[in-house]
Write a protein that binds this ligand. Structure first.
Ligand SMILES: Nc1ncnc2c1ncn2[C@@H]1O[C@H](COP(=O)(O)OP(=O)(O)OP(=O)(O)O)[C@@H](O)[C@H]1O
Ligand SMILES: [Mg+2]
Length: 294
């Protein structure tokens, strides 16, 4: 596995200017001076961010920090008003449309699983390879090797024993894994996941962490997550976003002791979601269990 390790001191990314990838290697993704505004409200503010090939990076930050917006703009859902997003050496993603992303090698998973409930687990992956119509469910013949690719992917996401089952009958966690499989079978170079463990049991969450680790190394993975226990358990490098800028970057231990990070989270402890404003994963007495942190 070639996952890069963090060697940036906490807070090293607070200054203006490009944020290097932690081990100084060639980035798969380089976001340069990226600004996104909605109706005059600046959501990403001259943001600089980079990720290495084969890296699994966690992106955290209080509610409204701009995490989902960053994924939206990388995937062509929102357009930047300034700056560039350079992918795989030379492709400027800011100039591409959403539908071109899969072909370029970028896969995105939204928080809510979206699988084809009436098709089997296996057929869901066939749809992603373009061999089965998502409307009629009818299939053409799979090309040589494609069936193996589907089975290998199901093996990787732990669903090979569910291949013939209808996707609508899967548990929440299994649907999330199926959707990750639906992205993986398309062989993306970069995978973007927005809060993949929300609503999962601890067991499902741990299996998801292991799955993401198995994907990293081969592919680059950017994970937006609020579940700090999960981040602490699986992250090597964490980037903290706040007010549309990178506030801090480094190992979780360093980042959570960074005074600027602590201040940003404390200032946000009135957030709608209890886990979103808390950095240390502790629950207050009598507080309901936060999603995925049981
Ligand atoms: N399409 C849009 N139009 C207007 N404002 C938007 C739009 N998308 C996002 N915003 C605003 O941009 C800010 C950042 O939102 P974003 O969803 O990126 O935050 P986030 O870090 O993902 O937060 P959370 O942790 O709550 O998911 C918020 O104030 C949000 O209201
Ligand atoms: Mg979000």
């Amino acid at each position: 596995m070639t996952t890069s390790r963090s060697n940036l001191p906490a807070g090293a990314a607070s200054s203006n200017g490009p944020v290097p990838v932690p081990d100084g290697s060639k980035p798969i993704l380089s976001v340069e001076n990226l600004t996104v505004s909605f109706d005059g409200f600046t959501v990403l503010d001259e943001l600089n961010f980079a990720m290495a090939y084969g890296e699994m990076r966690f992106l955290i930050g209080p509610n409204g920090a701009g995490k989902t917006t960053l994924i939206d703009v990388i995937t062509g859902k929102s357009k930047p008003s300034k700056g560039r997003i350079i992918f795989d050496g030379s492709i400027d993603l800011g100039r591409r449309q959403e539908h071109q992303l899969v072909r370029l090698g970028v896969g995105r998973k939204f928080q809510t699983p979206s699988v084809y409930a009436s098709l089997t687990v296996y057929e869901n992956l066939e749809v992603m390879l373009g061999f089965r119509s998502k409307v009629t469910g009818l299939a053409r013949k799979l090309r040589r090797g494609e069936g193996d690719r589907i089975m290998d992917t199901l093996e990787q996401v732990g669903l090979s024993h569910r291949a013939k089952d209808v996707a609508g009958g899967l548990s929440h966690g299994e649907k999330q894994w199926l959707e990750i499989g639906m992205l993986l079978v398309q062989e993306p170079k970069l995978l973007l996941l927005d809060e993949p463990v929300a609503g999962m049991t601890r067991r499902e969450r741990d299996r998801t962490g292991e799955l993401l680790q198995s994907i990293g190394g081969e592919r680059s993975v950017l994970v937006v997550e609020h579940d700090m226990d999960f981040v602490r358990q699986f992250a090597q490098t964490v980037t903290v976003l706040h007010l549309g800028k990178v506030l801090s970057q480094g190992g979780m231990e360093d980042v959570q002791q960074d005074p600027e990070v602590i201040r940003a989270y404390l200032g946000n402890n009135r957030s709608q979601r209890p886990e979103a404003g808390r950095l240390n994963g502790q629950r207050e007495a009598g507080e309901p269990v936060a999603l995925g942190v049981d």
